[in-house]
Design a protein around this ligand. Structure first.
Ligand code: ADE
Length: 253
């Protein structure tokens, strides 16, 4: 059975996932340690990509080459851009774009040279199944997270969104930058630093790819307030709930 790759950029996000795996082995992959194991009877390779597009692309490539993974799923946090995309919501990506790719005037802005495209869609089937798992987790967040913590972090009725996520090698942490990004990419729901790179690698290799991000901040002047706490107390638990629900459903279909 070919394994499913689960990738995240931040250690704390992956800690809970690692504990959920059974029959684990740790394997070196370049400068990284990845964990292989089983979860809901399925072979899984769990990898920490570290932050940024290059780190994410090399991790994705190594996972495909070394483990011949059947599917790749990225989990993590993102800054909310679109109206109504609030802290505590989840965004399931339908497509990715690199917001800092600009080889103009040789190629149109955002287009990845030689690919003839700026947008990289995620796999429809994987994306739909992740969306169902996200809906099921957020229908009853109290099952997974202490509601007092959510209230303290100003999360009230978390929603699931689907759409464009943009990636770039920049943590967006000013309101001016966020507004500029929204003006340039009005369809973008969220911004992060890895997804578009993994989408491009998976496109190259024909590996189905999907991604889900929990909104940790609004990519504005207050983006860094509560960021670490949010990852530890909310995002990591959402990831565990989401991927456990998703793999559990996959096991019976
Ligand atoms: N990941 C989480 N929040 C982010 C932000 N504001 N900018 C880029 N990546 C992020």
């Amino acid at each position: 059975m070919r394994p499913i790759a689960i990738v995240g950029a931040i250690q704390e996000e992956l800690a809970g996932l690692k504990q959920a795996l059974q029959n684990t082995h740790t394997v070196s992959l370049g400068s990284r340690q990845v964990t292989t194991g089983t979860w809901h009877g399925q072979q899984v390779v769990l990898a920490l990509s570290h932050i940024g597009k290059v780190a994410a692309a090399t991790t994705a490539t190594a996972l495909i080459e070394r483990f011949d993974v059947s599917d790749m799923v990225f989990t993590g946090v993102a800054g909310g851009l679109g109206p109504g995309v609030n802290v505590g919501d989840m965004v399931v990506a339908t497509e990715f774009l690199q917001h800092d790719m600009d080889a103009s005037p040789l190629f149109p802005a955002y287009e990845v040279p030689m690919y003839g495209r700026a947008h990289f869609p995620t796999d429809l089937h994987l994306t739909q199944s992740l969306k169902s798992a996200a809906d099921s987790v957020l229908k009853n967040p109290a099952q997974w997270i202490d509601m007092d913590v959510l209230r303290e972090l100003h999360v009230h009725t978390p929603q699931v969104h689907t759409g464009l996520v943009v990636s770039g090698d920049r943590f967006v942490s000013t309101t001016a930058e966020s507004q500029d990004l929204q003006a340039r990419q009005p369809k973008a729901l969220a911004v992060e630093m890895e997804g578009a790179a993994v989408a491009q690698v998976c496109h190259d290799y024909g590996v189905p790819f999907a991604a889900v991000r929990t909104i940790s901040d609004r990519a504005d002047d207050s983006a860094t307030i509560d960021f670490s706490r949010f990852i530890q107390e909310v995002a990591s638990r959402y990831s565990l709930a989401l991927l456990g629900t998703w793999l559990g459903a996959r096991a019976i279909t």
